[in-house]
Design a protein around this ligand. Structure first.
Ligand code: PMP
Length: 407
């Protein structure tokens, strides 16, 4: 018998994967994105910031400054909580937005996605209930699925969570936490009004609930008045994890985000982070801190806002001519997404196939739902094309719809 055959005869297969690994699938949106990356496609699909707007020179100078100040420090291991100057800069920005914050209240994370993972591992045991908006951000659903949570949707309307329905759901389901993206939500672009935020905070305090406020888009406001963070409302102080990100205002490749949370939750998140990655890249943190000290991030954000505002307007201007009568869509005051709903008998997933033959793409809304999806919905990202390309893309979408004839 050959040696390998003899060996395989005595080998036992390795044990099975954890149930959580088998139960949570890859993101269907990522699979769709692979189809939409062909050259020539005008894509409203990906949730990406516009790369031509990155401040590449400013960031290059910030990396140079981090090395010049102390390459040895920039390349060394560092603390789990994050570089003190970056924590202080995050705290100053949060305070300026109306939420008094100390550097010590903040943990720097590897993207805000990691902050969500850390908070989830600190709070959620298998079988615990997590409440979410419906539809909601896909990678949050994956995160809760991997933790073994039972995810329960809270009824929402076009302004987001319905506070009375939230109170009923909390009383019925006894959840550990509510995960919400209250400002320019992904995928709907919706913003929860201030009065509802106050009611959500009050409900959380009265019924005993953690709040996870995920806010990667809040700086991207194109019109209307800023709405204070949920975290800033009475009742939310001792029970809110606020997640912030540099992805949409600096660059997502930096993988820099932050968590602002009450001390006990922060400590638990720090332990989880030690187990996950010890700390976020030192050099990236120091470069971001140098950038914040030497460049005017708010001026950069103003440039990005102006560009995205005209891109949003181009999309909105085109939709009326492209979508069939009986369609509905919203007008987000900021962020990256418009949410649309086709008339009766339309199916956005079927439409995508036809749309791709017309070289235009979007993401069907279905994957973002918990429970039965609404197959007529779609998410349209407006950030990565010029207004002229967007106008052409919407015209192509109109032709795809005409061809698909409603099916
Ligand atoms: N939360 C939401 C709602 C998002 O849309 C995203 C990214 N698109 C994230 C979190 C993750 O962002 P980050 O790059 O900071 O990890």
């Amino acid at each position: 018998m050959p040696a390998e055959a003899a060996l395989s005869a005595v080998l036992a297969p390795p044990p099975a994967f954890a149930a959580r690994a088998a139960s949570v699938g890859g993101s269907p949106v990522r699979e769709i994105l692979a189809l939409t990356e062909r050259p020539g496609i005008i894509s409203f699909a990906g949730g990406l910031p516009a790369p031509e707007l990155f401040d590449t020179e400013g960031l290059r100078a910030a990396y140079d400054a981090a090395f010049a100040a102390s390459a040895r420090r920039a390349l060394q291991y560092s603390t789990t909580e994050g570089a003190p100057e970056l924590r202080a800069a995050v705290a100053r920005r949060a305070t300026a937005r109306g939420l008094a914050t100390d550097a010590d209240d903040v943990v720097v994370t590897s993207g805000s996605q990691q902050a969500l993972t850390l908070v989830t591992s600190a709070l959620i045991e298998p079988g615990d209930v997590v409440l979410v908006e419906n539809p909601t951000y896909l990678a949050a659903l994956q995160c809760f699925g991997l933790a073994g949570a039972r995810v329960v949707p809270v009824p929402c309307d076009e302004e987001g969570i319905l506070p009375d329905a939230l109170a009923e759901t909390v009383a019925r389901e006894r959840p550990k936490l509510l995960y919400t993206v209250p400002t320019f939500q992904n995928p709907t672009g919706r913003t929860l009004p201030g009065v509802r935020r106050a009611a959500v905070a009050e409900t959380a305090a009265r019924l005993g609930l953690w709040l996870v406020e995920d806010d990667p888009y809040g700086d991207l406001r194109y019109e209307g008045a800023e709405v204070p963070w949920l975290a800033a409302h009475p009742g939310a102080e001792d029970r809110t994890a606020l997640l912030g990100s540099f992805s949409k205002i600096m660059a997502p490749g930096l993988r820099l985000g932050w968590l602002r949370a009450p001390a006990a939750l922060r400590r638990a998140a720090v332990v989880a982070k030690q187990a996950a990655d010890l700390h976020t890249s030192t050099v990236d943190q120091l470069a971001a801190a140098h950038y914040l000290a030497a460049s005017d991030l708010d001026a950069h954000i103003a440039t990005v806002r102006a560009a995205y505002r005209s891109r949003r307007d181009a999309l909105l201007a085109g939709l009326a001519g492209a979508l069939p009568a009986g369609s509905a869509w919203n007008r987000p005051e900021g962020g990256m997404f418009v949410w649309a709903r086709l008339p009766q008998d339309h199916d956005a997933t079927a439409l995508l196939k036809t749309a791709l033959t017309h070289e235009v793409a979007f993401v069907p809304g279905s994957p973002f739902f918990t429970g039965p999806p609404d197959p007529r919905t779609l998410r349209l990202t407006f950030t990565t094309h010029t207004p002229e390309e967007i106008a052409e893309g919407v015209a192509r979408l109109g032709r795809a719809l005409a061809e698909s004839g409603g099916h």
